[in-house]
Design a protein around this ligand. Structure first.
Ligand code: P6P
Length: 335
């Protein structure tokens, strides 16, 4: 049983026997993410002090202005995962194609792949608002001993073996699941260790916070418009409070602790919404369900969606179970 103030290393060792696959490799994988997160955290925390912020001048494959810290975080996570010789492939929001890792694994014996959003919400860096890293882990499905293939990455979210995020906020936290609940670890920067601060996190079934960019209201589907008006109605414990940081990891984390719902719907401006299925929605959906929450596209469970492309977008509704159910009621009623 997890005990508060246990270090992340102690927790991984104590719980690796509960992991149904070869736990040693996954433990090493989580440890490599832990290390990369510390290195990125150090740069994020001094972003305002050095000439590392501001556009790198490039744009990433999403056509978004690429911040230098995006590039740095992407490189650090790829480098750390590669050096630890644990994964056979990596996909990243910052990379157009997946990366085959065979530097030391020339026989392609490693079994895991990682999909990552190295620095989500990076447009917030210049204004000192929380940002985050999101990761998703699968076992490869193509034969061990052969180079990793695209189909290894295009797996349903229900096949994930681990998922988590690092939130670089007022404190830096690593929150992850391996399918046996969700646990949060807070970094003590003075000694560089993470301590179990939030054991067995659960979404409250109900909440009074809704998170959506209401600037897009007129472009939303009617069901979402109707649900937002429901949130704003004077009745019972409504109107709810609107809280939107513009950083998925931060909005998700707050809602998981306090109860709430996050929505990034499709709109007339973006036919599938903005968020990416494989390295944003699926890992957050895995965490949500492991914390007794729920995640859908308004109609279908996120982790049941069959991926077709590495960077595909899906509409995303995620949070307290009863709030997501109510939003889905409005979506189905307006269908
Ligand atoms: P908008 C950040 O770019 C992000 O992917 C999420 O972290 C965040 O919730 C969303 O996009 C913000 O998008 O269009 O509301 O600015």
């Amino acid at each position: 049983m997890a005990s508060k103030n246990q270090t992340l290393g102690e927790f991984i060792i104590e719980n690796q026997s509960s992991f149904k696959y070869s736990s040693g490799e996954l433990s090493r994988l989580i440890n490599s993410i832990r290390l990369a997160a510390k290195v990125v955290n150090h740069e994020v925390n001094k972003a305002g002090l050095v000439d590392i912020i501001g556009a790198a001048g490039d744009t990433n494959i999403q056509g978004e202005n690429q911040q230098k810290l995006d590039v740095y975080a992407n490189e650090k996570f790829i480098q750390t995962l590669t050096n630890r010789n644990i994964v056979c492939g990596i996909a990243s929001e910052e990379e157009e194609n997946f990366i085959t890792i065979n530097s030391q694994d020339e026989n392609h014996q490693n079994k895991y792949i990682v999909l990552i959003d190295p620095l989500d919400g990076s447009s917030n860096i210049d204004v000192n608002v929380s940002v985050g890293t999101i990761f998703s882990v699968y076992r490869r499905v193509t034969p061990v001993g052969t180079p990793v293939q695209l189909e290894d990455f295009l797996q349903k979210g229900s096949q994930q073996v681990a998922a988590g995020y690092i939130v670089y906020g007022t404190s830096t936290m690593l929150v992850y699941t391996t399918g046996d609940g969700v646990n949060g670890f807070t970094l003590n920067p003075a000694i560089g260790s993470y301590y179990l601060s939030h054991p067995n996190i659960k979404f409250p079934e109900n909440g009074t916070i809704y998170s959506v960019n209401e600037g897009n209201y007129i472009h939303f589907p009617q069901g979402i418009k109707n649900y937002i008006k429901y949130c704003q109605k004077e009745e019972g414990n409504r109107p709810y409070t609107s809280r939107y940081i513009g950083s998925l990891v931060s909005d998700f984390h707050r809602n998981m602790i306090k109860g709430g719902i996050y929505m990034y719907p499709k709109s007339s401006k973006s036919s599938n919404g903005k968020l990416r299925l494989l390295y944003e929605c699926n890992p957050m959906a895995f965490l949500a369900e492991q914390a007794n929450g729920k995640a859908s596209d308004g109609f279908t469970r996120i982790m049941d969606i069959e991926p077709t492309e590495l960077h595909q977008r899906v509409p995303f509704i995620c949070g307290s179970k009863n709030m997501v159910n109510k939003a889905e009621e409005f979506m189905f009623a307006a269908k």
